[in-house]
Design a binder for this molecule. Structure first.
Ligand code: ZN
Ligand code: ZN
Length: 216
């Protein structure tokens, strides 16, 4: 397995890849990539798993890898220290409040063997047109790609650089109000004003669709 400069197994400090698989539901290259990103970031920043919001992650994708980030780093959607801006990029920024340091981790497309064949098979498998043999081939290619990502040298997979350490604002506790339309409690900051009253976002969207229909 991977070793850091001191020659210790850095994986041992963190939840295992298997723990990420249990959380995510399957092993896949995306999850493996997220695992490498998460462990590299923790090691680079020298932080332990946070219990609150000392570590903040900004993910520029909402794909599989985000689940490994949550398991390993403790940056979770629920705690508010995982911010997802889905720009469709495999880039993750980590801000350590304790260390007053931030890094940006970019995933390089590593030279995956048979990459093009995998994309073609993926299309068939997900459109339900793959034969049994093609499905089995796809699964074994996915397995190989996952193993490859877990074992490839870090500098062949990731580019890590320091960035200014300005984390996004801490998650705030919002006042709760009642939506004027559906009557459900909703965080004040997430409401919209429609026809002079505060409503939740689904109600505001429903209202604007009604408006569109009327003008059609
Ligand atoms: Zn996945
Ligand atoms: Zn509502």
């Amino acid at each position: 397995m991977c070793e850091n400069e001191e020659g210790t197994h850095f994986h041992s400090h963190y939840p295992s890849f298997e723990a990420c698989v249990a959380f995510h539901g399957h092993a896949c290259p995306g999850l493996a990539t997220g695992y490498r990103v998460a462990t590299a970031a923790m090691r680079t920043l020298g932080v332990a798993r946070p219990y609150d919001e000392e570590l903040v992650c900004v993910a520029e994708t909402d794909a599989c890898g985000v689940d490994a980030i949550q398991v390993v780093t403790g940056c979770t959607a629920g705690k508010g220290n995982l911010v997802i801006h889905d720009y469709g990029k495999h880039v993750f920024s980590f801000f350590s409040r304790d260390q007053d340091r931030a890094i940006r981790v970019r995933v390089c497309q590593s030279d995956m063997p048979e990459r093009s064949g995998m994309d073609e098979l993926r299309r068939k498998v997900f459109s339900g047109t793959a034969s049994k043999e093609e499905e089995a081939k796809f699964r074994s290619l996915m397995q190989a790609a996952t193993a490859h990502i877990l074992s490839v040298p870090e500098n062949a997979l990731l580019r890590i650089r320091d960035i200014p350490a300005h984390p996004p604002k801490k998650a705030r506790i919002f006042a709760t109000v009642t939506c004027a339309r559906c009557g459900e409690p909703v965080a004040d900051a997430k409401t919209r004003v429609v026809d002079g009253s505060r409503v939740c976002i689904p109600c505001a969207e429903a209202r604007s669709q009604e408006g569109e229909r009327r003008t059609e």
